[in-house]
Write a protein that binds this ligand. Structure first.
Ligand code: UDP
Ligand code: MG
Length: 136
């Protein structure tokens, strides 16, 4: 059965800073993702705290929110069949050291915190995250 989905992707500050925006978008397009909307923005720490609220109790939360708000990011709505799962596969494991060959994090990730991309982890959270950044 067809399952056309949308998911939220973020090219994180470490990747934007290294001018990897075009290369990473090519990886999405080559896998058949359509980029429905995109914008380059810089967010406030308070917005990062809201976005990553699920991680509020984790020891890395404060650094994570500092980091996501530290420089420009590119937020995108990606569309494809099974986009949520397909994007997680293309991103690779959270820690680039554990990421499979051919994944974005393997190719471009620097460390577990500077891992170049974010992707929604469920269709439900994808809708919430899309609304968060594209609430028009
Ligand atoms: N993160 C971190 N240290 C950790 C685990 C996660 O800095 O030990 C950061 C990392 O940037 C990760 C983000 O927190 O991408 C969100 O963590 P999550 O477990 O949701 O990983 P993801 O869904 O991004 O793979
Ligand atoms: Mg996550």
């Amino acid at each position: 059965m067809s399952n056309l989905e949308q998911t939220l992707s973020i090219i994180k500050p470490d990747a934007v800073e290294r001018n990897l925006e075009v290369e990473i978008k090519e990886m999405f397009k080559n896998k058949g993702f359509q980029i429905l909307k995109e914008k380059k923005i810089q967010i406030e720490k308070s917005e990062a705290e809201k976005f990553y609220k699920v991680h509020e109790t984790k020891p890395f939360y404060n650094d994570l929110c500092d980091y996501l708000s530290s420089g420009p990011i590119v937020v995108m709505i990606l569309q494809k069949e099974n986009a949520v799962k397909e994007n997680r596969e293309l991103m690779g494991a959270t820690n680039p050291k554990d990421a499979d060959d051919g994944t974005i994090r393997k190719k471009y990730g620097i460390s577990i915190d500077k891992n170049s991309v974010h992707g929604s982890d469920s269709a439900y959270n994808a809708q919430i995250e899309i609304q968060f950044f594209f609430n028009d």
